[in-house]
Design a protein. Structure first.
Length: 307
């Protein structure tokens, strides 16, 4: 049966772990798997800007023996001119999978319902599940394992990254803390889904408004831009309301001595994180960015085997 990867919990915790194992194998032996040999084509569609996602999917699809077809929505018939399901019906006769960065999660769901090939979420307003596979791989590399580790996300708790940390972190058995003001709390239904999963994995989810309390003893300190794509008009209000959640050297000093700092990038130094932290010795952001390649290759390899 065709599997889609629309949100972090589109896969089971065991499947997540298996994909991360495969990602590590592909990192060690980059050209070991060729599921797209032919070459078969994968469509990678962007409604929003991207550097890392565009490059890592294009390079990864080529590494897997395939051919990437990068489509900008502005120059296609998507985006109000044609439904996602109609676009998918056209693509599915020619491509092995569809990867899509978009706004509303509902568009991804419509596309997945309308097609027989796997659909992968390359970031929506609600989730960034491919980034989380890369982040969990990075945590495994630097901390040895994910289960039982404490991860704190600071800032916009309603962002795609916060939601994905809550879900995917709980799936990986992590203790996920979201440090945000009450008005930026993660969506209640997503927290409830994560809490159900955490019962099975031994993880947990905590919403903490005090940044210092949320930092105490954390193994992984994470933030993301305060102004996600599509929120540009709220920039000043967000800077005013989230200023107390900036990751500073002082906040890092409250975390575990061997804590790592992560950020999916792009970053606004001086806003959500100080330069001395993101460019300092505890930062693992370049490994994290590289791991997009290995994690997505593993995801595509796994998802193509499910058909
Ligand atoms: N982290 C991430 O998805 O980066 P891009 O927006 O550059 O793809
Ligand atoms: N939260 C950010 C992530 C960018 C990779 C955004 O949606 O703009």
């Amino acid at each position: 049966m065709t599997r889609h990867f629309l949100r972090d919990d589109s896969i089971t915790p065991a499947e997540q772990s298996g994909i991360l194992d495969l990602a590590a194998e592909l990192k060690a032996d980059r050209f070991a798997r060729k599921p797209l040999e032919g070459p078969q084509t994968v469509a990678v569609i962007f409604d929003k800007s991207s550097t890392r996602t565009r490059v890592s999917f294009a390079v990864g699809i080529a590494d897997l023996g395939g051919s990437p077809l990068i489509i900008s929505t502005a120059s296609s018939q998507l985006g109000g001119k044609e439904t996602p399901a109609d676009t998918a019906r056209v693509l599915e006769r020619q491509v092995a999978a569809i990867v899509w960065r978009t706004y509303a999660q509902s568009g991804l769901e419509q596309m997945a319902e309308g097609t027989s090939v796997p659909v992968v979420n390359a970031l929506s307003d609600d989730f960034h599940p491919c980034q989380l596979l890369a982040d969990l791989l990075t945590i495994r590399e630097h901390k040895g394992s994910t289960a039982g580790r404490t991860l704190t996300f600071f800032g916009d708790g309603q962002s795609n990254m916060a939601h994905s940390y809550v879900l995917a972190g709980a799936m990986a058995g992590m203790h996920v803390r979201v440090a945000a003001p009450a008005s930026y709390s993660p969506r209640a239904d997503i927290v409830a889904d994560a809490e159900r999963i955490a019962v099975e994995t031994g993880g947990s989810v905590s919403l903490i408004s005090d940044a210092r309390e949320a930092a105490a003893g954390a193994d992984v300190m994470i933030t993301d831009t305060w102004v996600s794509m599509g929120k540009e008009e709220e920039k000043q209000r967000r800077i005013d309301e989230l200023g107390g959640y900036k990751v500073t050297a002082e906040l890092m000093s409250l975390a575990a001595d061997d804590a790592i700092f992560m950020h999916c990038l792009p970053a606004d130094r001086g806003y959500e994180v100080d330069a001395e932290v993101i460019d300092g010795p505890q930062s693992v952001i370049w490994d994290e960015a590289e791991n997009r390649l290995h994690a997505q290759k593993a995801l595509l390899t796994w998802i193509l085997e499910q058909d």
